[in-house]
Ligand binder design. Structure first.
Ligand SMILES: [Zn+2]
Length: 152
């Protein structure tokens, strides 16, 4: 497989607005970054670029939501997953599985394995590296697209 870049990093937090404010105050995150609610995944998130990488600061809208449960389980906020862009997601998944990886359902779509998201095809692994969940994304090229509504 060929990982070409970090597509995004997603952080699980209790209060996305407070965290976004800290990124603006301490790291010069874009002043126009704002919190948006993603109904499908019941997530409140700020999505912005910093140092060329997309950050997704994510707060569950429900007490037992994906990010809230993660924080409860670990006892702290932190880096929830890294999304790695790959040339070919089918090849990446085949290779990872051949090396013992297990696929995990997408928390928002409930689909296991490669499926459409707004920016590209994505898939999640059950396996973690250094405590970080792994997402793969094969970005759409010109002409390829998804009519799936914007989500996280
Ligand atoms: Zn999905």
């Amino acid at each position: 497989m060929n990982v070409t870049k970090i597509q995004h990093m997603t952080f699980a937090v209790r209060n996305a607005q407070q965290t976004l404010d800290a990124y603006k105050r301490l790291l010069g995150a874009p002043a126009d970054a704002y919190i948006k609610e993603f109904a499908k995944s019941r997530t409140r998130a700020a999505v912005f670029k910093l140092g060329g990488t997309e950050f997704q600061i994510s707060e569950s809208m429900d007490a037992d939501g994906r990010f809230a449960a993660w924080i409860d389980q670990r006892g702290h906020e932190g880096l929830h997953h890294i999304c790695f862009a790959v040339d070919n997601i089918d090849e990446a998944l085949r290779e990872a599985q051949a090396n013992g990886a297990t696929l995990k359902p997408c928390a928002a779509c409930k689909v296991t394995g490669s499926h459409v998201h707004p920016e590209g095809w994505v898939a999640f692994l059950q396996d973690e590296v250094s405590g970080i969940e792994i997402e793969f994304m094969q970005l759409y090229k010109e002409g390829e697209s998804s009519d799936r509504p914007q989500g996280i």
